[in-house]
Write a protein that binds this ligand. Sequence first.
Ligand SMILES: Cc1cc2nc3c(=O)[nH]c(=O)nc-3n(C[C@H](O)[C@H](O)[C@H](O)COP(=O)(O)O)c2cc1C
Length: 352
Amino acid sequence: MKSLREPLSIGRVAIPSRFFLAPLAGYTSLAMRLTIRERGGLGLATTDLINARAILEKRPRTFELAETCDEDRPLAIQIYGHVIDEMCRAARWVVEHGATIVDINMGCPVNKVVKTGGGSALMCQADSATRLVEAVVNAVEVPVTVKMRLGWDDANLSAPALARSFEKVGAAAVIIHGRTREQGFKGDVNRDGIKAVVDAVHSIPVVGNGDIRTLHDAETMFRETGCAAISIGRGALSNPFLFRQLAHWVEHGHPGPEPTFDERVDTMVTHFHRLHERRGERHACFQFRKILKWYSHAIRPKKELYHQLINLDSIQIFDETVEAIREAGPSSPIPGHFEPKVPVPSGPIDKW
Ligand SMILES: Cc1cc2nc3c(=O)[nH]c(=O)nc-3n(C[C@H](O)[C@H](O)[C@H](O)COP(=O)(O)O)c2cc1C
């Protein structure tokens, strides 16, 4: 895999590896990004999507979503909206607040985002989408990237033509989730569709995304699409060590040693305490219930200890339970792999 060792840059920003953390609204907080970065191998992280207008209205939630620090670099802050002036002003704001890269969301299928003309709705309006990208590129000094799906539906696979237009107006990379808006999160990722985007652009990096959970999935994405980098969302939740394993694989041809039980417990503890430091006890306990499942798959605590954590309401109980988990060790063999059950919208797409 010689080419994966070659340096990668997005615009003028050097990116330390070709393995990126995809934005996952509700999960990819600063606490999670730092925790994953420390495990090693991560090239670029992206924040949850942030509404451009909410930034301009200074809504408190946007400050939380855009929160970052020096160790959280390089970082793409993702914004969405369709009003050019708002997007440009929001882009300047996120750069002032630490974005190494501004990422424009054109992939979000959720109705709340689409009905405002943002997210994947933009993929249906090539001219306005291109004008928007051009304006944001001209508004900031840092590289601007676009994350999108393959198109609205199978009859409208607009990503290759859009990517070519975005490159012409100065976009520094595109990230492609290999599904259409109509597919939502169902069906297989269309790697031929991602390859068509790779073939369509002249020289900017194309980042392949969708259903990468293992080294094998990563290798398949690189080989079948010719993409320059990959972006991993849900796979990072089930295995925060995946980036380190991929980096090791590129250097040595294998993923290196499996993370130990202690490393897995330490990762969970670090993640939890970061949530606590940033957002207080109540938020940390509440958020932790959402993420405990992934950690418990990899740690295998005894049933009663798991229940103590799922009903968590204080730091003290967390610390005491973790001590008990460390003492007891895993209650059954740790699986090499599992599929995370991350809630994704389901049912008729127009109701999302
Ligand atoms: C819960 C959840 C939240 C997401 N939030 C965002 C988001 O804020 N911005 C975005 O561009 N994509 C978002 N996505 C899409 C992911 O970034 C990614 O494209 C998709 O999950 C496929 O990659 P994966 O199979 O590696 O998860 C989200 C996906 C999920 C499941």
